[in-house]
Design a protein. Structure first.
Length: 138
């Protein structure tokens, strides 16, 4: 497979991951991850307390389950994927969410994905953590 085909495949993997997340299909999201994935939330994000999350189970319990438990809804909007060399994909997007405390937020974020052999091996989130924090305060 040449580098263009690999890049296209990586974009397809990440696009599929976001589509599955939007449908609530978390098993498919987790299935796109390498068993040894290293996942990091943005410094200052409340979910960064477990950084780095090692493996899909840690991501499920430390990030996804907490998002589900603490939010009325959590949507990813305006997703744009940007192919980068060497198995990297940058996603720019927004979180549009309502926490169960009644506070909503619309936050600009970026996700930096690293893939190898069609699986996500690393994730780094960048986010407006001030807005995320403000939504958690009572």
């Amino acid at each position: 497979m040449n580098s263009l085909e690999i890049g296209s495949k990586n974009l397809s993997v990440i696009d599929g991951l976001y589509n599955a997340f939007a449908l609530g299909d978390i098993p498919t999201v987790l299935g796109s991850m390498d068993p040894n994935i290293v996942w990091n939330e943005a410094e200052g994000n409340p979910y960064a307390d477990g950084n780095p999350y090692l493996g899909p189970e840690a991501v499920l319990n430390g990030v996804f389950a907490r998002i589900g438990a603490e939010h009325e809804y959590f949507n990813l909007k305006d997703i744009e994927l940007h192919e980068i060399l060497h198995g990297k994909v940058l996603a720019t997007l927004r979180y549009d969410a309502l926490r169960k405390n009644g506070k909503s937020y619309n936050v600009q974020v970026a996700h930096f994905w690293t893939l190898k052999d069609g699986k996500v091996v690393a994730f780094q989130q960048y986010a407006d953590t001030k807005k995320l924090h403000e939504a958690t305060v009572q």
